[in-house]
Design a protein around this ligand. Structure first.
Ligand SMILES: NC(=O)c1ccc[n+]([C@@H]2O[C@H](COP(=O)([O-])OP(=O)(O)OC[C@H]3O[C@@H](n4cnc5c(N)ncnc54)[C@H](OP(=O)(O)O)[C@@H]3O)[C@@H](O)[C@H]2O)c1
Length: 264
């Protein structure tokens, strides 16, 4: 695959690392305005660093955009004259709709929106994808790229805001849960670093149980809650204090906010 990443900042760099590790490209162009931060990429075989987005586009088929939303209009205008029917466009730009892209460049190009989360930097991103009509046949390309950096799900574009809350903001929500259980562990007598390790591994174990066995969370809860035992006592106290309710309310508040921001 001949790939160009337009805007090699935090996210672009994580994607580039994944492409190298998974050996996904034949040619890779990385663009940004200040190339100094990419100096250690000069030695990579078949990787070209450039400030020239047009040059990158001319030499690649799959174009991954990872600039800030405010920078994207200008870049689409810049590259519009060079676009041709070999190009597949993958945008990671939060909140920038396919319709808005099509208004800028037309609806004849395959467009895929990808919403990864920051776990992409360790190859564990939950990445949601959606596509325009022409982009349907190019979805496997985006899946191949992002499955190498975690897991992908294809969803309707009108669910992209909700997916952003659940998966991208979700990283912060889960971090807070891990932090809170760590604080509880310290109160129970563990040093902070030990408690953190216990919390992290337990969270990973819980998720892995569901992923690998396909069981429902309540089934796993039933397995560890003995009648009159300590687990059900703790769990019910957490629910009396509003654990599930506060998480659901938080997700809804976050969703309201993202919709409000999108309207501005
Ligand atoms: N970080 C995440 O995990 C994540 C997750 C989901 C979606 N996103 C989305 O991904 C996009 C990028 O996020 P980020 O955190 O990676 O931002 P970032 O670190 O600011 O990276 C943006 C990059 O774009 C480059 N750039 C700006 N104008 C350019 C131009 N005209 N031509 C070429 N490159 C240009 C910048 O280069 P210079 O530094 O040289 O100016 C910078 O390296 C955002 O739209 C964000 O909403 C990010």
């Amino acid at each position: 695959m001949k790939i160009a990443i337009i805007g090699t900042g935090n996210l672009g760099l994580s994607i580039a690392k994944g492409l190298v590790i998974n050996n996904t490209y034949t040619t890779l162009y990385l663009t940004k305005r200040n190339l100094d931060t990419l100096s250690n990429w000069k030695e990579y075989k078949n990787v070209t660093l450039t400030k020239d987005n047009s040059k990158a586009l001319s030499n690649a088929d799959i174009i991954i955009f990872a600039v800030q939303p405010s920078q994207f209009d200008a870049i689409l205008n810049e590259i519009k004259p060079i676009l041709n029917d070999k190009h597949v466009l993958i945008s990671t730009i939060t909140g920038y709709t396919i319709g808005r892209m099509e208004t800028q460049i037309g609806n004849q190009y395959p467009i895929i929106r990808a919403m990864p989360n920051t776990a992409i930097s360790v190859g564990k991103s939950m990445t949601c994808l959606c596509n325009n009509v022409v982009g349907k046949k190019s979805l496997p390309i985006a899946e191949a790229i992002f499955n190498g950096l975690g897991t992908t799900l294809t969803i309707d574009e009108n669910h992209m805001q909700a997916a952003t809350v659940l998966c991208a903001s979700g990283i912060a929500f889960w971090m807070r849960l891990i932090r809170a259980t760590t604080q509880g562990g310290v109160q129970l007598g563990f040093d902070a670093d030990v408690a953190l390790q216990m919390s992290m591994q337990t969270a990973m174990g819980a998720a892995s149980l569901l992923i690998e066995t396909g069981t429902h969370p309540e089934e796993e809860i039933d397995r560890v809650t003995t009648p009159r035992g300590c687990t059900i006592t703790g769990l019910n106290e957490m629910e009396h204090q509003g654990l599930s309710s506060s998480l659901i309310k938080g997700l809804n508040a976050s969703f309201d906010k993202i919709n409000e921001i999108a309207k501005q």
